[in-house]
Design a protein around this ligand. Structure first.
Ligand SMILES: CC(C)(COP(=O)(O)OP(=O)(O)OC[C@H]1O[C@@H](n2cnc3c(N)ncnc32)[C@H](O)[C@@H]1OP(=O)(O)O)[C@@H](O)C(=O)NCCC(=O)NCCS
Length: 157
């Protein structure tokens, strides 16, 4: 394993989706499970880019759907690495909705943890995250406390 730290900008991932009829519920808003799937995919690409190997989802923090995302909306799903452990990575995913050229609106934020695995599904080490600015440092500090709470909830602390 190459221990060279990697900057979050190297793995940052943005997905753009258009809400089509097959993505909606009976109210014409985007089905929550569809948004979770997009979040999981964006975070999976981001963590795989960082680890440069397959990574599997191990935890998904609470997601609150506050702003409805409607049929015809353009959805941006932006994923950025915020923490690396020995084999795990936490990714922050911001979801935005937009109508044509109107200002975009924040829809929700999710934190997803991935573990890099080998071909037998066993955890493997990931490169450390290179932190060189205050935003990433603050994001990383918040991720450390989320990790403690998450592992306590999962009875792994
Ligand atoms: C992910 C998986 C490989 C981890 O295996 P494991 O035996 O728990 O491995 P470890 O105990 O060595 O833990 C590996 C890392 O995962 C972290 N981890 C394990 N359970 C966790 C949880 N519930 N929440 C957050 N992190 C967790 C550990 O803290 C450790 O992180 P670190 O190496 O950075 O310190 C295993 O649980 C698995 O295969 N899960 C199913 C994954 C899957 O199928 N996902 C698809 C979605 S259903």
């Amino acid at each position: 394993m190459n221990p060279t730290p990697r900057h979050p900008s190297e793995s940052q991932t943005t997905m753009t989706e258009l809400v089509l009829p097959q993505h909606t519920n009976a109210f014409g808003t985007c089905f929550g499970g569809q948004i979770l799937s997009w979040i999981d995919i964006a975070a999976g690409i981001c963590s795989g880019r960082h680890a440069r190997t397959v990574a599997v989802t191990v935890a998904f923090d609470d997601v609150h759907f506050i702003t409805p995302i409607r049929l015809g909306d353009i959805v941006s799903v932006e994923a950025r690495l915020c923490y690396t452990g020995r084999t795990s990575m936490e990714v922050e995913v911001q979801v935005w909705r937009q109508r044509y050229d109107e200002p975009r609106e924040h829809a929700n934020t999710a934190y997803v943890v991935f573990v890099a695995v080998d071909c037998d599904g066993r955890p493997v080490e990931v490169p450390p995250m290179l932190i060189d600015n205050d935003d990433d440092r603050a994001r990383n500090n918040r991720a450390v406390s989320r990790r403690e709470q998450r592992l306590a909830k999962a009875h792994r602390a």
